[in-house]
Design a protein around this ligand. Structure first.
Ligand code: SF4
Length: 489
């Protein structure tokens, strides 16, 4: 999971780029970066949060009416500074690119790039693969100026070669901005327009919230398999290059996206309220004696309020979050997650002592975070602790860009619900069903009739995720984790 944001405008864009990146900080806290263009490229990238990476000096230095920014959570790469995006190639034209997603056939394409095209990759980041394939396919067209058809041809070639889930934004020096979404539309991508000069300004983002706060309107989704090209006169050219079964990532609505964003026209907040409503129905079936409903902040709040309303039970925010510590799910090394729960959440004992508590969270991934939270609640004197997850059990690795790629990491992998409860120390665990999760999204957009829910049911929409692919990704992941641990020591 990463966040991307690009602007092609009339004035210097870095101020808006910075605000846009802050709004998608939740999509990745490992590193961030931005490149702007005013006749030459200006770059600033590094490890850490957006506010820590960019200084006042960068506001002066990152000049230009075009720019691309990125917030990164590492997937294949170990997360070194060299993996921060955007990336740059100087031939042809000079191209910068950032992406959100994961390339499944990374090793195969890396080999082809080196052996056939003599293009060399300088990081572990898979956007470099997409960038170099795109650059190569532009280069073979032997053109001096770019027309939309040249872009469409190059992106078509990317679609033919690059397997996985990816949303991409790029800028080609003096030619224009390009954005495209994989043929299954697994990762979100939106664009919007602002009439603020002779030509309109355009912005492209992972989430609509970035466009809202920078005053871009007329927001549209980039469709699966669609490419958009904004030329230097800010004329918009679009082409539908590939058409597969649209399969957006279900986890965007569960956890990744901000509640004020619309993902494929479905408001994330509304969806989470619907998830609360459906989960309340499930909880009713268990006839539990619950005194108080407590959300695990922040993502579970919207669903938990709805559960409390439906069940007519007391709702209390009895876990207080330190907002200045990163999201636990997206911290790379596992031991960081356990200790960060202690630093991040502090309970209010008076709301918990002697009570039967129903904790609500968005999901249970590895179980370490849930176990640590339940321990905290029990230390406050709670009588019983029930745990409700408003997403179904996570059992399968995500190959499309989320850091939960080794199957041994899932607590629900080979366990019954009762066994999971025992492992995390809960008196009962209740999960949302996959049908209810899909229904909660479809209430907002009836046209979505298929999803990527592979981490729940093991059905990978791209159809090319074989056992060998899963094993190779698991191997890469373990190597990356080992590398990270060595660095940590
Ligand atoms: S496997 Fe899960 S997290 Fe990954 S893209 Fe599919 S739904 Fe999203």
């Amino acid at each position: 999971m990463c966040g991307i944001f690009g602007i092609s405008g009339n004035d210097d864009v870095f101020k808006d780029l910075y605000q846009g990146l802050l709004s998608i900080q939740h999509r990745g806290q490992d590193s961030a970066g931005a490149i702007t263009y005013d006749g030459r490229f200006h770059t600033k990238k590094g490890n850490g949060l957006v506010r820590d990476i960019f200084s006042l000096d960068n506001f002066m230095r990152l000049k230009g009416s075009v720019g691309i920014g990125h917030t990164r959570y590492p997937t294949i790469g170990g997360g070194g500074g060299e993996d921060a995006q955007p990336f740059f190639v100087n031939s042809p034209f000079g191209i910068i690119m950032a992406h959100n997603g994961n390339v499944i056939n990374y090793a195969e394409l890396n080999k082809i790039l080196q052996e056939q095209y003599h293009r060399h990759i300088s990081s572990d980041n898979d956007v470099e693969i997409i960038l170099n394939i795109f650059a190569q396919e532009l280069s073979v067209q032997k053109i001096n100026r770019i027309e939309p058809k040249n872009i469409f041809r190059a992106v078509q070639k990317v679609y033919e070669q690059v397997k996985g889930g990816y949303s991409v934004v790029a800028y080609i020096a003096e030619e224009g901005m390009v954005a495209f979404r994989d043929p299954y539309g697994i990762k979100p991508l939106v664009y919007g327009k602002k009439e603020d000069g002779i030509y309109p300004s355009y912005a492209i983002a992972s989430e609509s919230v970035s466009l809202n706060i920078t005053n871009f309107a007329h927001i549209k989704n980039v469709k699966p398999g669609q490419v958009i090209f904004i030329d230097e006169k800010r004329q918009l050219h679009t082409e539908q290059l590939a058409q597969r079964h649209f399969s957006p990532c279900l986890f965007e609505w569960v956890y990744f996206a901000r509640p004020d964003s619309y993902i494929d026209n479905v408001n994330v907040y509304d969806c989470r309220v619907n998830l609360g409503k459906f989960l309340a129905e499930e909880i009713k079936k268990h006839h539990l004696d619950i005194d108080v409903i407590v959300p695990v902040p922040d993502s579970a709040r919207d669903a938990a309020i709805e559960i409390a309303r439906c069940l007519k039970l007391k709702y209390r925010e009895a876990l207080v979050k330190n907002r200045y510590i990163g999201r636990t799910f997206i911290m790379p090394a596992d031991q960081d997650r356990v200790s960060s729960v202690r630093h991040k959440l502090n309970p209010i004992p008076s709301e918990l002592k002697g009570k039967n508590v129903l904790l609500v969270d968005d999901s249970i991934v590895r179980g370490n975070t849930s176990r640590a939270i339940i321990e905290l609640i029990r230390e406050c004197g709670a009588k019983k602790v029930y745990f409700a997850s408003y997403s179904p059990p996570l059992r399968y690795p995500c190959v499309y860009g989320i850091d939960m790629q080794t199957k041994s990491e899932f607590i629900a992998r080979d366990a019954t619900v009762d066994q999971i409860a025992k492992k995390i120390g809960a008196d009962k665990v209740i999960y949302q069903s996959l049908e209810s999760l899909k229904k909660a999204v479809q209430i907002g957009n009836k046209d979505i009739n298929q999803f990527c829910g592979a981490c729940f049911d093991g059905c990978y929409p791209t159809g090319d995720v074989t056992a060998e692919v899963l094993e190779a990704i698991e191997r890469d992941r373990k190597t990356a984790q080992k590398k990270q641990l060595e660095l940590d020591i």
